[in-house]
Design a protein around this ligand. Structure first.
Ligand code: F1P
Length: 346
């Protein structure tokens, strides 16, 4: 994280991405819409990126599954900025989607971790995450650094569109700079995560719920658990519960709810109560010091507070740790899960 953030600020302007992305006000005037293209974990990062860019820069963003992009007729032209997100920079579906967007006239940009990778080479601009090599197949630090890079991009876009003034830009940057310390603090909660891992070890299914910025984190928490522990897990935006998934809740089903303190807190408490009323076991990820959720959840994992739109960087830490410990206790190979490749190139 610290490497992602290093050297990207110009203090006076509250400006970001200095020397990385060649995107000026004039170029941006032609951009009416951003289309994010990504697969898997990177797609989840894109869903958070959409919320960041729309909030900070007021540019409409759509998030496409890169693996689907070629199979429809996307409305893309020179007014679109196609933003490919890929840890490896080699994912074939993301590369093909980027090429297709380029063919249709879009300006292109990539958020990649691997220097000189195919997607990084072919995009007009690259924002490297500098996360270092990912040892395991499942993306972990790639995800948190993608979120950080997308926040930097959103701040930059906000400054260019004029939606963020210099003071607001500085505040967002200050919040970003605090993230490495908050992540360290979240990692200190590992003992509690191990306890939860023991509690859900025998589960056949696990649900993950989150709202607003935490909805994509719920999807990511579920993906991590399936990828490395092979437990069936599903993530949902909490508001979707009553539209179907609530039928799945039965006695002892573990439901991981991200219930940190933001504007959606009260609504999410409502979901915890719905789960409890049906006998589900609630594992809540909460803001440090929250006593209310502690009184209604079966397990509570605390994380330090920060700006809600940056909070996914912090809340994803206990979920990654949970997947890791469950997998480790079940004896699966956490670095090389069955059937998965680090770069999906076919
Ligand atoms: C995309 C991805 C990863 C996942 C696994 C398979 O990779 O879906 O998110 O963890 O490695 O590929 P990338 O395009 O981000 O490299």
């Amino acid at each position: 994280l610290a490497d992602t953030l290093r050297g990207r600020f110009s203090e006076d302007e509250g400006d970001t991405l200095v020397g990385e992305v060649d995107l000026d006000r004039r170029t941006l005037e032609t951009v009416r819409r951003i289309t994010i293209l990504a697969c898997g974990t990177s797609w989840h990062a894109g869903l958070v990126g959409k919320q960041l860019i729309e909030r900070l820069a007021r540019i409409p963003v759509e998030v496409d599954l890169a693996s689907e992009f070629r199979y429809r007729e996307p409305v893309v032209d020179g007014s679109v900025l196609a933003l490919a997100i890929s840890q490896s920079g080699e994912t074939i579906d993301t590369l093909a989607a980027l090429r297709e967007a380029k063919r249709l006239g879009a300006r292109t940009m990539a958020v990649c971790n691997v220097l000189g990778s195919a997607i990084a080479r072919e995009a007009d601009d690259v924002l490297y995450t500098h996360a270092g090599p990912e040892i395991g197949v499942a993306s972990t630090k790639a995800f948190t650094t993608q979120l950080t890079a997308l926040a930097l991009l959103a701040i930059r876009l906000g400054r260019l569109t004029g939606h963020l003034d210099a003071e607001a830009g500085r505040r967002w940057l200050a919040a970003l700079r605090e993230l490495p310390t908050k992540v360290e603090k979240a990692l200190e909660g590992e003992a509690k995560v191990v306890e939860v891992a023991h509690a859900i070890l025998q589960a056949r299914d696990v649900l993950f719920l989150g709202r607003g910025p935490q909805a994509p984190v719920a999807l990511e928490g579920a993906l991590k658990l399936k990828e490395i522990s092979y437990i069936h897990a599903e993530g949902y935006a909490a508001g979707e519960m009553k539209h179907g998934p609530i039928a799945l809740i039965e006695t002892d089903l573990p439901v991981v709810v991200i219930a940190t303190k933001d504007a959606t807190y009260e609504k999410t408490i409502g979901n915890i109560e719905e789960v409890r009323a049906r006998g589900g076991k609630v594992v809540a990820i909460v803001t440090e010091g929250d006593t209310h959720v502690r009184s209604i959840a079966d397990h509570v994992i605390e994380v330090p507070d920060c700006v809600p739109l940056l909070m996914p960087v912090v809340t994803s830490i206990p979920l990654q740790l949970l997947a890791y410990h469950v997998a480790d206790l079940r004896g699966t190979d956490v670095d090389q899960p069955r059937n998965l490749a680090k770069s999906v190139t076919v």
